[in-house]
Write a protein that binds this ligand. Structure first.
Ligand SMILES: [Zn+2]
Length: 327
């Protein structure tokens, strides 16, 4: 049973009851309990967890080819149930014999625009095509911003760059599956690349460009890890509406599909509109809440800079210390 505000002070135990604060931070509590060997985590319902009550226990989702990580099972219970469990002295039992494994299929969709110079390297533009689906309480999670907006950008850029005629470099357009389940599509892509990874000159991931961050100048998208390479500066010099990420403490560079590629050495960054948007992972992430004029201008600003890179010999490079250390 955890009391207090500090996940680090959580006592170790196989079954852990946690009443997370209303303001969020559930992830930190689950992480702390997992590190301390929890097998079953019972969470008291908060407003943010409302959709998870009464649903199936949450277990980790992984690629079939990767070994099971043995992470904890997480269940969310209504406040009164949680309080009864606590009053009863904190005893709970968990029968792992009832656990089942469900298999599903995910898809990485890949488009290819052949370049005239097969030795010039490949520019890669990507997004993720999945979202959360239907919540256990039946509420539909639309994901218009996260990440239909990025997928639309990939399709529109593919069309615009194809219309300009052949480029020297080939262009690869990728829409990953299962980002929401833990960046699975991009990890699979890196483990089973359709072309040698060393052929990829750079990767631009586009995620959540459905609205403008009020902290950034009008029309400008943030690029995660902007200073880690000269990719962002090169795009910006050609007119791309990109700028540095105003939230370095959030580590967004490591939290998107660009990261699997960056870990493999490819200069790979993510551009976003408003990474901390209030509709994030809520049922309100709908088309009605997209800022279409912002999106249109943002996507349009990428066409010429990407075309220039596809027709030139500039290859982005990591800055000193910018490349993430392989794990
Ligand atoms: Zn998401």
């Amino acid at each position: 049973m955890a009391e207090g505000q500090d996940p680090a002070a959580l006592p170790a135990g196989e079954v852990v009851l946690i009443a997370p604060p209303e303001g969020g931070g559930v992830r930190a509590w689950i992480g702390a309990a997992t590190q301390k060997g929890a097998k079953l985590i019972v969470l008291r319902q908060t407003a943010a967890l409302a959709g998870a009550v009464g649903g199936p226990p949450r277990t980790s989702i992984r690629l079939a080819e990767t070994p099971a990580r043995g992470g904890p099972v997480v269940v969310v219970v209504p406040g009164e149930t949680f309080d009864r469990m606590r009053a009863a002295g904190g005893t709970a039992s968990f029968d792992p014999g009832q656990a089942t494994v469900e298999e599903g299929v995910t898809t990485n969709a890949i488009g290819w625009l052949q370049g005239t110079d097969p030795d010039a390297g490949v520019l890669m533009v990507s997004a993720h095509l999945d979202h959360i689906g239907v919540r256990s309480d039946g509420v539909v999670m639309y994901g218009a911003n996260d990440d239909a907006s990025g997928t639309v950008a990939v399709i529109e850029l593919a069309g615009a760059l194809a219309d300009m005629g052949p480029h020297e470099r080939s262009l690869m357009f990728v829409a990953y599956g299962s980002e929401e389940a833990g960046l699975l599509g991009s990890r699979y892509f890196v483990d089973h690349p359709p072309i040698p990874l060393t052929d990829i000159a750079a990767n631009l991931e586009i995620e959540m460009i459905g609205d403008q961050d009020p902290q950034l100048p009008a029309g400008v998208m943030m690029m995660t890890g902007f200073d880690r390479s000269n990719f962002g500066a090169a795009l910006k010099a050609r007119g791309a509406l990109v700028g540095p990420d105003p939230y370095p403490e959030q580590n967004f560079f490591e939290r998107s599909d660009n990261y699997a590629l960056a870990l493999s050495g490819i200069v790979a960054h993510t551009v976003s509109g408003w990474a901390t948007i209030p509709t994030y992972h809520t049922p309100e992430d709908t088309i009605a809440n997209l800022n279409i004029p912002f999106m249109t201008t943002a996507i349009g600003s990428l066409v010429e800079p990407l075309a220039a890179m596809a027709d030139g010999d500039f290859t982005p490079e990591w800055a000193e210390g910018g490349r993430p250390a392989p794990r």
